[in-house]
Design a protein around this ligand. Structure first.
Ligand code: MSP
Length: 517
């Protein structure tokens, strides 16, 4: 392990519903990054969790006629179950209703208040319950609805506490200009810089208790509870136990990465750095934003349109690893991505037919033509060149910092190398080489190239498909823990090893699976 500490976070998700494909995607992405950094020897702290306060949760509890405790237990468990099923391995599952977090929210509020940065005033505005945010007319669509929730916000007029944001606008603009990698991809950076061209409205950080019932009581006025976004954003530091544990903060905050979709960039890229500044802290290291997964035709997935994809059902059909791979392979870097069950099945078939097929063919050829032993042979220069160029590309998937975040391109590298190796088999025709004693070395060289290619592919996919990777490497008798990441991509490490019988990594989908629901 090296001495780099990395902190990865997902948003904490609202509890009021079943976890859906979008939640699955962001959390898979975080898990892939975690595993990639860990392979590089870094020490990673990865958090996800649930946002359990606010009006939306309150309304759901009323509708379900449940106690808050039962609701939180049952609904957060749904997220934990899904993440387990997806092979997601986090270090901490944040729950904003736990006493540890609520205590820290109060500490932070008190600090900002004591610094004289909070004011009280009357405010009238349009409030979207879905976003739990006040909206400006310009935020709404032509029907006066919130574009994310398709509901008209309601006018609310009340006295509240505010954190004025305008005094920080110039500082934030400069920070973003001086740190071009802070918000990624850059299209979202431009969007935030555009927002910062206008004066910023004061951020309302309280809600009167008589209107909103679920939340952290404001420490300096018990008639109010904390605005859900102020409460939720604090999770990123309460997870590190700041302000009670400076060591942890110093260890992880300088290399902190927040992952989220485009819907919540304003709270993360404007409110959050300003809240941190008011607390005397620096912005997070990086904010990684992705687009939305939408239904075919670009429409939002909804039960009424019948285009919802249930991540649990998908895992039952194609397996967790393939589902992870397919999702990150389909997701566009700079725009929304249309998905349907058919689109997912097609991507699955592509994975099965290239990578899955290559693995199976390779093992079968070694079994048949060299008694299942990875051959001991000096490669000729063209084979050597081929293996070295694959090693270079696959190594950079895991080691090159600019590639690490471009997971979609990395999945294409996997496809590309698998196709090249499949083509190599077709060209070499090992079944014909085996018929000619004079070409025995060429046969062994071919088998060796294939085993090395598959081994390196098996390593490169490990953050995305950890179980499949494990199966491949075990069947090649290769243990990743035995060598450093650099050494994994040097050749000669697998010779003389006996391979185990391959299994079908991605079974053919049966008709029942592919029938549209
Ligand atoms: N509770 C707030 C976040 C507070 S973080 C301090 C919230 N919750 S949410 O349940 O609405 O989750 C929003 C996040 O879920 C998105 O930013 C994204 O990570 C994920 N997704 C939700 N729907 C999505 C898609 N359709 N597509 C991709 N990801 C989406 O906002």
């Amino acid at each position: 392990m090296n001495d780099i500490n990395t902190y990865i976070t997902t948003p904490i998700y609202y509890l009021n519903g079943k976890p859906h494909l979008g939640h699955a995607y962001t959390t898979i992405l975080g898990d892939i990054l975690r595993r990639t950094f860990e392979l590089r020897g870094e020490n990673v702290f990865y958090t996800t969790g649930t946002d359990e306060h606010g009006q939306k949760n309150f309304d759901t509890i009323q509708k379900l006629n449940m106690t808050f405790e039962d609701y939180v237990k049952e609904y957060s468990q749904n997220f934990k179950n899904l993440f387990k099923k997806l092979g997601i391995d986090y270090d901490l599952f944040v729950q904003t209703s736990c006493p540890h977090h609520t205590k820290i929210v109060k500490q932070c509020l008190q600090r900002v208040y004591d610094n004289g940065l909070i004011i009280k005033k009357k405010y009238t505005g349009l409030y979207c319950k879905g976003c739990e945010q006040f909206k400006k007319e310009s935020d709404l669509d032509e029907n006066g609805c919130c574009p994310y929730h398709q509901e008209q916000p309601v006018e609310i007029s009340e006295e509240n506490y505010f954190l004025p944001l305008e005094p920080y606008r110039e500082w934030l603009k400069e920070y973003i200009e001086n740190n071009p990698d802070w918000i990624q991809p850059s299209s979202f950076r431009t969007e935030i810089l555009n927002m910062l061209k206008q004066p910023l409205e004061d951020l309302c950080i309280s809600r009167p208790k008589n209107r909103v019932h679920l939340g952290v009581e404001i420490p300096f006025d018990t008639d109010y509870i904390t605005y859900i976004w102020f409460d939720a954003l604090i999770n990123y530091i309460s997870s590190l136990d700041w302000p009670n544990n400076d060591t942890n903060m110093c260890k992880f905050w300088p290399n902190s990465i927040h992952i989220m979709a485009k819907d919540i960039i304003k709270p993360h890229c404007i409110y959050w750095p300003i809240m941190l500044k008011a607390l005397g802290l620096l912005p997070p290291h990086r904010i990684m934003i992705h687009g939305f997964l939408v239904g075919e035709g670009g429409v939002k997935m909804s039960k009424s349109l019948g285009n919802v994809i249930d991540p649990e059902e998908m895992v039952d059909k194609i397996g967790a690893d393939a589902f992870r791979f397919v999702l990150v392979n389909l997701m566009n870097k700079n725009s929304d991505t249309q998905v349907s069950e058919n689109i997912i099945f097609n991507a699955y078939n592509r994975l099965a037919n290239t990578f899955g097929n290559l693995y199976f063919r390779t093992c079968k050829l070694i079994e048949k033509f060299n008694e299942g032993i990875i051959p001991d042979i000096v490669l000729d220069s063209s084979d050597m060149q081929f293996v070295l160029s694959m090693a270079e590309k696959l190594k950079s998937v895991l080691l090159d910092t600019k590639n690490i975040y471009d997971i979609q391109s990395n999945t294409e590298v996997i496809f590309d190398i698998s196709s090249k190796l499949n083509y190599y088999i077709d060209q070499k025709q090992p079944w014909n080489l085996a018929k000619d004693e004079a070409r025995h070395d060429e046969l062994l060289s071919t088998l060796y190239v294939l085993s090395e290619g598959v081994r390196m592919l098996g390593i490169a996919i490990s953050p995305i498909m950890p179980s499949v990777s494990q199966k491949i490497l075990t069947s090649l008798s290769f243990d990743m823990r035995e060598s450093s990441i650099e050494n994994m991509f040097t050749i000669n490490t697998t010779k003389f090893r006996k391979i185990q019988a391959p299994e079908i990594l991605f079974p053919r989908l049966c008709d029942k699976d592919t029938q549209a629901n």
